[in-house]
Ligand binder design. Structure first.
Ligand SMILES: [Zn+2]
Length: 114
C-alpha cells in the first residue's frame, strides 16, 4: 500500500477517511484498499498544487456552493471538483502517473455525480 501514512482516529466517522496534509486519518482502516489509497493520493496531489491550506478553504467554499446547488449534504460532497476528479479516477491506479497539474479545474463543470 506504499508510503501513505494512515492514522487511526476515533473522531472520524465510521467508513470515512480524511486527508490532512497528505496523511490519511480514519477510525477503522480495514476497509481502506488500494483504490481508496489512490483516491487519497489524488487529493494529496491536489493539495500540493494549492500549497495545502488553500485546498481546504476552496474545498469548503465549493461544498457550500454545491449544497445550495444540490440541497443534499452527500451530493454536495460528491460534486466538489476535487471529489469529482478523485472519484472519477480512484480506480485507475495509473492515473496519477499521467495526470496533468490542476486537473481538478476540469471537474468544476462536469461530470455531475449522484
Ligand atoms: Zn475524496
Amino acid at each position: 500500500m506504499a508510503a501513505e501514512k494512515i492514522i487511526r482516529c476515533r473522531l472520524i466517522p465510521k467508513g470515512y477517511c480524511v486527508n490532512i496534509f497528505g496523511t490519511v486519518w480514519a477510525r477503522d482502516i480495514s476497509w481502506i484498499d488500494r483504490y481508496v489509497v489512490n483516491h487519497e493520493r489524488i487529493h494529496t496531489a491536489q493539495q500540493r498544487e494549492l500549497l495545502f491550506l488553500p485546498f481546504y478553504v476552496i474545498y469548503f467554499i465549493e461544498w457550500l456552493f454545491r449544497l445550495v446547488q444540490y440541497r443534499s449534504v452527500h451530493r454536495a460532497y460528491l460534486n466538489i471538483s476535487f471529489e469529482r476528479e478523485a472519484y472519477t479516477h480512484g480506480r485507475d491506479l495509473t492515473y496519477l502517473s499521467r495526470r496533468r497539474p490542476y486537473s481538478f479545474l476540469r471537474y468544476l463543470r462536469r461530470p455531475r455525480r449522484d
